[in-house]
Design a binder for this molecule. Structure first.
Ligand SMILES: NC(=O)C1=CN([C@@H]2O[C@H](COP(=O)(O)OP(=O)(O)OC[C@H]3O[C@@H](n4cnc5c(N)ncnc54)[C@H](O)[C@@H]3O)[C@@H](O)[C@H]2O)C=CC1
Ligand SMILES: O=C(O)C(=O)Cc1ccc(O)cc1
Length: 310
């Protein structure tokens, strides 16, 4: 594909997302050289053992020297620190992007550090699993998934086109969105489901004294699905909650109102209300499946979401 290959791609952060990128970049021949950078020497040596890059460093600054594409894949709360590390070492004309689950906060943290002549284009692949670390990644992660880019005003169209082609070459469909809108949409479709999962599994865990064995023994599919989400990386999700605070609080307050109304229907035996809601929600699921967004039907998706030991 014309103009898709980069000379040198710097991957800052080599967890689930960074290592999946490393694998797909290698498999699809999207770079002549992949340089891997991460903060801890231990993670770096894991990445090296997996053969994820062509060179390795614990210095973010060293990694970006001569790179024409820099992809920051760290928990969103570390975005400012990474931007500070790399700012003075970026090659003029380089594209800097990220994969963070929140966008307004990442922009606020990184934009002030970006030098003139460097193209900063924030992004977010809507693809992941509950696993983390360099061994968790796989080359197919982004296949058939959306990647949202939130370009800033005045973004160079050629740089945007190059980054769009990069994500397409990873198997994704790219869409541009306003950062505030992204944060609101993701709050309801991704952040709230994780918070609800953390909460319900926590509630069950608090009942431990009475139900310890029952929670495990009878964990039917409903509860099991929540435990998968609630097994997601604590640092990553702490940062998402702290950095998409307003949108999450807005969605949580709507959620609490609706939950109170559901609680009331149960208390007063309002079967019609329950039936109407459950019919409406069943139609939502059907439209997702019809739109081909039912990832459970995709083989690698099923594999990726298996519990450890399954
Ligand atoms: N896990 C998921 O399902 C998805 C995650 N994301 C976003 O991708 C980003 C990365 O997430 P994962 O890969 O899942 O996390 P991870 O925990 O698997 O990996 C994070 C990596 O960042 C490194 N790191 C942390 N601080 C650093 C610093 N200051 N300098 C250099 N490296 C640093 C860690 O050592 C680790 O290698 C997060 O912003 C997350 O919100 C986006 C889509 C899906
Ligand atoms: O594991 C799951 O079900 C996910 O929802 C993965 C995920 C987590 C965070 C994102 O920003 C995007 C995708």
């Amino acid at each position: 594909m014309e103009h898709t290959k980069f000379e040198k791609i710097a991957l800052i952060g080599i967890g689930l997302i960074g290592s999946s990128l490393a694998r797909v970049i290698r498999r699809n021949d999207l770079a002549d050289h992949i340089v891997v950078a991460t903060r801890s020497a231990e993670t770096l040596s894991d990445a090296q053992a997996l053969g994820l890059g062509d060179s390795y460093t614990t210095s973010n600054a060293e990694a970006v020297a001569d790179a024409d594409l820099v992809i920051v894949s760290v928990p969103v709360g570390s975005s400012a620190a990474v931007a500070e590390d790399i700012a003075a070492h970026l090659k003029p004309g380089a594209i800097v992007t990220d994969v963070g689950s929140t966008k307004a906060s990442v922009i606020e943290q990184m934009r002030p550090h970006m030098p003139v002549g460097v193209h900063f284009i924030p992004g977010h692949p809507i693809a992941g699993t509950e696993r983390s670390g360099p061994s968790a990644g796989f080359a197919e992660l982004f296949e058939g998934r959306w990647c949202i880019l939130t370009p800033l005003e005045g973004t160079d169209p050629d740089a945007l086109e190059r980054l769009t082609r990069f994500w397409q070459a990873c198997g994704s469909t790219v869409e541009a969105m306003d950062p505030a809108h992204h944060d609101m949409v993701l709050a309801i479709v991704s952040h709230l489901p994780h918070i609800i999962a953390y909460n319900i599994v926590g509630t069950a865990d608090d009942l431990e004294a009475v139900t310890k064995s029952e929670v495990i023994k009878y964990s039917a599919s409903g509860f099991r699905d929540f435990t998968r989400l609630a097994a997601s990386d604590p640092t990553m999700w702490r940062d998402v909650c702290l950095h998409n605070r307003d949108a999450i609080l807005e969605m949580l307050s709507r959620f609490s109102e609706d939950l109170a109304s559901l609680q009331r229907a149960i208390r007063w035996g309002d079967g019609d209300k329950l039936f109407d809601l459950f019919s409406r929600t069943r139609a939502v699921r059907r439209s997702i499946v019809e739109a081909g967004q039912d990832v459970d039907a995709v083989d690698f998706g099923r594999q990726a979401t298996r519990l450890p030991g399954e």
